[in-house]
Write a protein that binds this ligand. Structure first.
Ligand code: ZN
Length: 133
């Protein structure tokens, strides 16, 4: 079951510069920066009520995040839906012909297992499913 919008992911070129902007927006100090090696990225979360804004900076020129920024620039990258059971939800959606970028859930940081639905099968929107570990 999908339970809520967990976060909205925004890709940025430089996390240091972007946290300065978002610190001002949310009127708070910079959140902790977490390195997520499986995603070749550094991430920072700004809580907003029950959801949050995730800033993502690539740590490799060859990562999917770097390629995304090259093609489309900085900005909104994905929508993350929280689920109770990620494997169950992946099976349900695969049976409905949704395509996944990764066949199995991986570590998404912030204590979550994640999997991405390809934008081709979701109206051009990259959707991340996330289950609390
Ligand atoms: Zn995310």
């Amino acid at each position: 079951m999908i339970t809520k919008i967990n976060h909205i992911g925004i890709v940025v070129k430089n996390l240091g510069l972007s946290t300065e902007i978002f610190d001002k927006l949310f009127n708070q100090n910079s959140p902790e920066i977490e390195a997520v090696s499986e995603q070749q990225a550094n991430i920072a979360f700004y809580p907003v009520g029950q959801s949050s804004i995730e800033l993502i900076e690539s740590t490799s020129k060859d990562s999917t995040i770097s390629k995304f920024i090259e093609k489309r620039g900085e900005g909104i990258h994905h929508l993350c839906l929280e689920v109770e059971n990620i494997r169950e939800e992946m099976n349900r959606l695969k049976n409905l012909d949704f395509q996944f970028i990764n066949e199995h859930p991986t570590d998404g940081g912030d204590g979550f297992l994640v999997a991405f639905i390809h934008p081709k099968s979701a109206n051009g929107v990259l959707i991340e499913l996330a289950q609390k570990k």
